[in-house]
Design a protein around this ligand. Structure first.
Ligand code: DGL
Length: 250
């Protein structure tokens, strides 16, 4: 049983890739929307939530957990791996593919404050982006718009223009989506960038990583392709977003 969690519905962008590459597995998804957003909070707050949710997922039978949240990964992945004896797969900002492919040698990263201030992001930058210019932008307000289904609203367009135009104007040719909520905004992002930049969503790479862990396991058990959803927030929001993620995420 694969456990997945996020501060809200953002992790559905990872779940969507997981069910594509591992359709026969069973999943439990927790949207911790009652405590969303994680991005602007203290690290301790996020660690507490990540531990609470991981305990819950394990009590329901999860034997591998995908931390489908960049912010929670940045704050807690080391602690989670030390605390529990099951594998944890976290989100890593996709700096490496962007840095390798960028021709202009300028890339943009859109993520939460917690992610951009985290050690994991800093070390990834040092490792893979020492020879490219990286324009960082905190996507303040975007998570709330995604949680409330306003992905193509005037408010979303306005915020995205404010965040993306400086990247485009400075010549970025790759933009990394460093928060799992942001793939829900891809259509609006493309309206603004008009094909001038490539957008990188790390979710498919995370799903491949989970597949490689699973394929090393005993094949006698396989699930039935079922996902059970839990939320600390509103049932209606998660229901709407499951439908939305199936229709919208590419
Ligand atoms: N989906 C999240 C991430 O990937 C968390 C956003 C938030 O709660 O602020 O960072």
């Amino acid at each position: 049983m694969i456990g997945i969690f996020d501060s809200g519905v953002g992790g559905l962008s990872v779940w969507k890739e997981l069910i594509r590459v591992l359709p026969e597995q069973d999943y439990i998804y927790v949207s911790d929307a009652g405590y969303c957003p994680y991005g602007p909070r203290h690290k301790e707050y996020v660690i507490k939530r990540a531990t609470y949710v991981s305990d819950f997922l394990i009590s329901k039978g999860a034997d591998l957990i995908v931390v489908a949240c960049n912010t929670a990964t940045a704050a807690s992945i080391d602690i989670l791996r030390k605390t529990y004896d099951i594998p944890f797969v976290g989100m890593e900002p996709a700096i490496k593919p962007a840095a390798i492919r960028s021709k202009s040698r300028i890339i943009g990263v859109l993520a939460t404050k917690g992610t951009l201030k985290g050690k994991l992001y800093r070390s990834t930058l040092k490792k893979y982006a020492s020879d490219v210019k990286v324009i960082e932008q905190i996507g303040e307000g975007l998570v709330k718009l995604v949680e409330t289904g306003q992905t193509e609203s005037p408010a979303a367009m306005e915020l995205l223009k404010k965040y993306l135009r400086p990247m485009i104007n400075q010549g970025a040719d790759y933009i990394v989506l460093g928060c799992t909520h942001y793939p829900f905004l891809q259509k609006s992002i493309e309206k603004i960038t008009k094909g001038s930049v490539h957008i990188i969503n790390p979710a498919p790479a995370i799903a491949r990583r989970v597949k490689s862990i699973i394929s090393g396991r005993d094949k006698s058990y396989s699930g039935v392709g079922k996902t059970t959803f839990y939320t600390t927030g509103s049932d209606e929001t998660i229901m709407k977003n499951i439908i939305h993620s199936i229709q919208y995420l590419t």
